[in-house]
Design a protein around this ligand. Structure first.
Ligand code: SF4
Length: 440
């Protein structure tokens, strides 16, 4: 193995933790980026790509050789709408922490044999960068690290990503030699999407972070500083992916519409001029409804935004405070009216409603669901997931201290109904049913 650590001084101490800047000092290495399989009760491709890893690989490729193995992409089987793909899954045994959960648990990704078959044909990397996303997906991360150590015993494995940033001490025990601690803005102008070959959809982040600080959200931890990228850079990122074949683009921004006059409207004007509607645009993260006035709704429609998600969270004033007071009832009602007037159907106005927050009253969730129906939107339940480092995680961990040491308990699909017991499974089902059909 090339001993490039000797040449990159910051690695020489052999510390378990490294920073993204340390990574950027790499020279002359053969680098393999790996996106692990997902292990969970459910998984849906909402235009999910390991964006941080792809920016990093792009930054490294000038001075190193880079390759990618994305387990979610490798297990694609069949197309869904707007370029998304289904992911092959197989049922696996549940981790012990989930013994009481009466749901099936799956591995979304290729089998061990498929991975061995594909990776054995690759050049042995000096360095393997394994990324991570949800904290409670760590079993897939652990599984792939163990497998990579068998296939490439000589390679150095470095673990980064969201889970590693939020739970560094836990991540340090997963089998990687080093863990990337903290995050930095990408040094590359666009993600290395060409490593996928032809792509169906592209992804873009025109801003990092969010100027608000909601009590349950990780945005401020992952991106301590809110920054909007220059328009030309955001457009270049989209052009690059459109040239690779993307016909759909998903924006990962937390605050896409903030400062819309200076950024969002010019971005839309340019995209319409360049692509004339040939690109379909999506905002899987909720949009701030306060920003959706008549002109904004019209711009979204004319620029070919197909998937729109709205953030309401709750009409309960106590919960709304935890949501930085983002949305008042009238603002939500006006946003949906404006979107409907611009031609969007009710099902285009899917609206996230939070359920299972510590101390949240179930009636307030029901009221919020009915409020969304009454105003012409379609409610979508977002079950609370306690995210380490947030104020509401602390509130949740005071009641359930094991949250601090077992990220599996942070899983939004099961936290509130099985672990916090703030909502019973039957009550949760009732809420879900209310979002599927209008209560009589
Ligand atoms: S929930 Fe939304 S508005 Fe609140 S901090 Fe997170 S990204 Fe910002």
């Amino acid at each position: 193995m090339t001993n490039f650590f000797v040449r990159t001084n910051k690695f020489a101490g052999g510390a378990a933790f490294v920073t993204q800047d340390d990574m950027l000092s790499l020279r002359g290495a053969c680098v393999l980026g790996v996106n692990p399989p997902v292990r969970d009760f459910a998984f849906m491709d909402l235009w999910s790509k390991p964006l941080g890893l792809l920016y990093l690989l792009q930054s490294l490729r000038a001075e190193n050789s880079v390759a990618l193995f994305d387990c979610v992409w490798e297990a694609r089987e069949g197309l869904k709408s707007y370029g998304r793909q289904k992911t092959a899954k197989r049922e696996i045994e549940k981790p012990e922490a989930y013994t009481a959960v009466r749901r099936r648990y799956f591995h979304f990704g290729p089998s061990r044999g498929e991975i061995v078959g594909k990776l054995a044909r690759m050049e042995t990397p000096d360095l393997i960068l394994v990324t991570s996303a949800m904290t409670y997906w760590y079993p897939g991360v652990k599984w792939i690290i163990e497998l990579l150590r068998e296939i490439f015993p000589e390679s150095e494995i470095i673990l980064g990503g969201v889970y590693a940033s939020l739970c560094p001490a836990h991540a340090a025990r997963l089998g990687a030699a080093r863990v990337v601690r903290g995050r930095a803005e990408p040094a590359a102008p666009y993600p290395a999407m060409d490593l996928y070959g032809a792509i169906n959809y592209g992804v873009s982040m025109t801003s990092f972070g969010c100027p608000f600080s909601c009590g349950y959200c990780a945005s401020g931890i992952l991106w301590p500083r809110y920054r909007r990228r220059p328009l030309a850079e955001a457009l270049a990122e989209i052009d690059y992916q459109a040239a690779l074949g993307a016909r759909d683009v998903a924006f990962y921004d937390d605050a896409l519409l903030l400062g819309k006059e200076e950024f969002f409207y010019p971005l839309c004007r340019e995209l319409t001029a360049r692509y004339g509607g040939a690109l379909r645009l999506h905002t899987p993260n909720g949009l701030h409804v306060r920003q959706i006035d008549g002109r904004c709704a019209q711009t979204l429609a004319e620029s070919n935004f197909k998937t729109i998600r709205l953030s309401l969270e709750s009409i309960d004033p106590k919960i709304a405070r935890e949501s930085s007071g983002k949305v008042a009832r009238e603002e939500y009602a006006a946003a949906v009216r404006n979107l409907r007037a611009a031609g969007y159907a009710p099902e285009d106005c899917e609206t996230y409603i939070l359920a299972g927050l510590p101390g949240q009253n179930i009636q307030s969730v029901k009221d919020t669901i009915n409020f969304v129906w009454d105003n012409g939107g379609v409610p979508k339940l977002a079950e609370f997931s306690p995210i380490p480092g947030t104020p509401l995680f602390e509130a949740a961990a005071r009641k359930l201290p094991a949250l601090r040491t077992e990220p599996l308990l942070q899983n939004n699909s099961v936290y509130c109904s099985y672990f916090s017991k703030d909502i019973t499974p039957a009550e949760l089902q009732e809420l879900k049913d209310m979002t599927k059909r209008r209560a009589q």
